[in-house]
Design a binder for this molecule. Structure first.
Ligand SMILES: Nc1ncnc2c1ncn2[C@@H]1O[C@H](COP(=O)(O)OP(=O)(O)OP(=O)(O)O)[C@@H](O)[C@H]1O
Ligand SMILES: Nc1ncnc2c1ncn2[C@@H]1O[C@H](COP(=O)(O)OP(=O)(O)OP(=O)(O)O)[C@@H](O)[C@H]1O
Ligand SMILES: [Mg+2]
Ligand SMILES: [Mg+2]
Lengths: 254, 254
């Protein structure tokens, strides 16, 4: 039985998409069958894997709003065990379109009913906002993986995020769990990075992965070639960090 | 007559809040009367200026939803010419609460009717999303200032943002203009930074400020002390960059 993991944090630019693409592809290389669902209208996970959001037959928008089967929108990638359910900018309108629909929070969980039989892990790359698309991801998900950038503002939004997760657990999805917290863009030369990392470990203890993702320009370059880091530059610190994270993710850190 | 400038980009973590705080405070030091409006539920501009979002009598939420006069929520800062209209996490609910209201897109412009008489520049720090709060800011604003991070994904979302601005110009606010584009987190050692900066200047020509904001850790440290860079470390490259940007902003770059 597969597991659905939402990758979320309403703070922008903290490494949600980079973690979705690179954790998923590291697991795919370990021959785990993986699906990435891009539910962000920016469609960065879609383009970061080499697809052009403007030229797709069908996307998550059609699955959510028109209720076509999710399989019709899934795209294969050049990694055998990695598929992607892409997004495009039509998704910008989904929020407003869904607000007045019946059971607007559970549309995604309904359309993903059988996905756990097809894949071992399903990662949902969320937008930087606690909106209906993120709420749908929390309702459909088994757990939430939270990337936290080693910067001051990154600490601020955590209470809001945890509050939203608790709201979903109480009202929409009792089984939703915190999968873990991964520290990103860590720069060992900066006190700021060290300070934030210490604070996060102090509050969240063993919910924080031992593996820390360091700042590495190759992670920023890889998406412009439409590739995950593992195929773009397997010797980079970024690739090593994400492969280690994938190991820790599978074998359970806590 | 004052000017309302929305600082927006739906891509997360590109330096919207950092630009709002530091451009505004550099102008305040030049004795221009400045108001920062924080319309992001993360309330980073509020906390970055030393306020605790959880301990405020009234915020932009009360102004937008309860219609209290904006002056009742304005806070003075330790810079004589800089005030802030703060946010807190109540704003998370504003989106859904406003969707079914009459003229939901023009609520902010109505409550800010007289603000141009009180301040020379009013900067609105927007959330990383093209949602109703951002649409309200575009409807109330005279122009949009777009920070662009020198990273690959930063280029992806621009068409969506420009499309939204055109929609607002056509349907809600014909006078809305593009104030300018500022390149942020530039690292002169990285080809990625150079490549993105070149692309942006190619497409946008003289709409792009000459001043580039370099990556500078002091900009990331300043908010943890609740201070703009100009009072936290006036000799830092971050402070010099934002003071130069303020000069260029006032004297018109183009
Ligand atoms: N460890 C890292 N080292 C260097 N650059 C990184 C790292 N992780 C992410 N980046 C870069 O930082 C930027 C932000 O990362 P990313 O887009 O993954 O964040 P996000 O949380 O998905 O953003 P959004 O909130 O807009 O969805 C991107 O340009 C990405 O390439
Ligand atoms: N020039 C810079 N050099 C170094 N760090 C920077 C710079 N500009 C911003 N930062 C840091 O990068 C992070 C993202 O910046 P900021 O929060 O201003 O972006 P934002 O666009 O407002 O994010 P959001 O989309 O979440 O609102 C912050 O931690 C900030 O302190
Ligand atoms: Mg993303
Ligand atoms: Mg911000």
């Amino acid at each position: 039985m597969g597991k659905i993991v939402a990758i979320a944090n309403q703070k922008g630019g903290v490494g949600k998409t980079t973690t979705a693409i690179n954790l998923a592809s590291s697991l795919a290389v370990m021959e785990k069958r993986i699906l990435i669902i891009d539910i962000d209208p920016q469609a960065n996970a879609t383009s970061g894997l080499g697809f052009d959001p403007a030229n797709l037959e069908s996307t998550i928008y059609d699955v959510l709003l028109e209720k076509i089967p999710y399989k019709n929108a899934v795209q294969k990638t050049f990694l055998e065990y990695l598929d992607v359910l892409p997004a495009n900018q039509e998704l910008v309108g989904a929020e407003i379109e869904m607000v007045n629909m019946m059971s607007r929070e559970t549309r995604l969980s309904k359309v993903l009913k059988n996905v756990r039989n097809e894949y071992e892990y399903i990662f949902i790359d969320c937008p930087p906002s606690l909106n209906l698309l993120t709420v749908n991801s929390f309702t459909a998900g088994d757990s939430v993986l939270i990337p936290i950038q080693c910067e001051y503002f990154a600490l601020e939004g955590l209470t809001q995020l945890l509050y939203t997760i608790r709201l979903i657990q109480r009202n929409l999805n009792a089984k939703l769990d915190l999968e873990g917290i991964v520290l990103t863009m860590y720069d060992s030369r900066l006190n700021l990075s060290k300070m934030v990392a210490e604070e996060v470990r102090k509050y969240f203890g063993d919910k924080v992965y031992q593996t820390v993702i360091s700042r590495n320009v190759r992670l920023g370059e890889a998406p412009s070639y439409g590739q995950p880091i593992i195929s773009f530059d397997i010797h980079s610190s970024g690739a090593i960090n994400y492969m280690k994270l994938a190991e820790e993710f599978i074998h359970g850190k806590k």
